[in-house]
Write a protein that binds this ligand. Structure first.
Ligand code: ZN
Length: 326
């Protein structure tokens, strides 16, 4: 996400209450009361997400080292992911492109990774995140630490690990729609903050979706970013509410029914992130993100500061939500 969002966080003193009817204006308990009226709704079974196994995938990815766009670490990650997802029955495809970042002398080869489940189904859901790690740990107070190897365990790794764990469960889910995991490259290939461009992978993906419309259609998208910190909390991100309010209400509604307390039905900060490109081409997409992660863009963004429980909480909500979609 963009660093200026951190400034927004500083300005965010209390949840902002909105005036429109389908916006989060109430605390979660009230939301729960609202949804208590429709108890006749059948509740699908959440998947048996193994948080410890997800953490083992997180550590395995971090053992590669940094996975900066175009780097050897990124290539190693490709091999690991292709083998893993194909072993679990998905098809893996690569969306290749080249971009010259403003600060760089030459173009960089980038690749979005698309993991496809139930390819024959034209109505599809997209769960996405970025899988590149940031070249600089530029929230480190001491500038000399910025260029040290930066593993970025939560930011750019946790979503990948979470998807690797989900791969074990897809076949046990009662899914009526197709599902794609999309991992964006170049989310934060940033060497000169303020000059370099963010979200290169999601922008390319969205441009291709518009330019060469596929036979399938994405009816909704969920972006996972910075969601695996300890005691992570998810208010509704502002752009998600603005561009995909009904989807936010649906997902946070399931969280309330499931009593997953990490999801807060209040408006959170507004963040520029990969979901903007998807919303711009008609894929309503929400960003599930925790703004209070204290290790953001610091060398301390390490596996030991991530949490199996936070990953499992997001899985519980999304696995019920996705099985309800027809
Ligand atoms: Zn980041």
């Amino acid at each position: 996400m963009l660093p200026h969002c951190r400034l927004l966080l500083l300005l965010w003193i209390a949840p902002v209450l909105l005036g429109c009817s389908n916006s989060p204006t109430v605390a979660q308990d009230s939301k729960k009361d609202q949804f208590a009226q429709d108890q006749v709704i059948e509740m699908p079974t959440p998947i048996a997400f193994d948080g410890e196994r997800a953490m083992s995938y997180l550590r395995k990815l971090c053992e590669i080292g940094p996975r900066i766009s175009g780097s050897e670490g990124m290539l190693k990650q490709h091999d690991l992911l292709k083998e893993h997802f194909e072993k679990h029955g998905a098809s893996v495809s690569w969306q290749r492109f080249e971009v010259r970042q403003h600060s760089q002398p030459r173009p960089t080869r980038m690749v979005n990774l698309i993991v496809t489940w139930f390819p024959q189904r034209p109505r599809r859901i997209l769960i996405c995140g970025h899988y590149d790690t940031r070249p600089l740990a530029d929230q480190e107070p001491d500038r000399r630490n910025w260029t040290k190897p930066f593993l970025s365990a939560n930011d750019g790794t946790s979503t990948v690990a979470w998807m690797m764990e989900w791969a074990h469960h897809i076949k046990t889910m009662d899914l009526k729609i197709g599902l794609d995991f999309v991992l964006f490259d170049g989310e934060e290939y940033i060497f000169e903050p303020g000059r370099d461009e963010y979200f290169l992978g999601s922008k390319h993906f969205a441009m291709e979706y518009r330019r060469r419309p596929p036979a399938h259609r994405y009816i909704a998208g969920v972006l996972l970013d910075l969601f695996a910190g300890k005691d992570a909390v998810f208010p509704v991100e502002g752009n998600s509410l603005f561009h995909a309010g009904r989807l936010a209400e649906d997902i946070w509604g399931w969280a309330a029914r499931l009593e997953v307390k990490a999801f807060k039905w209040v408006q959170g900060p507004t963040v520029d992130d990969d979901h903007l490109a998807l919303n711009s081409v008609g894929i309503p997409t929400v960003d599930i993100i925790d703004f209070n992660y204290p290790h953001w863009h610091r060398l301390s963004d390490l596996p030991e500061n991530c949490s199996a429980d936070s990953m499992a909480a997001v899985s519980r909500v999304l696995s019920v939500w996705v099985q309800r979609i027809k």
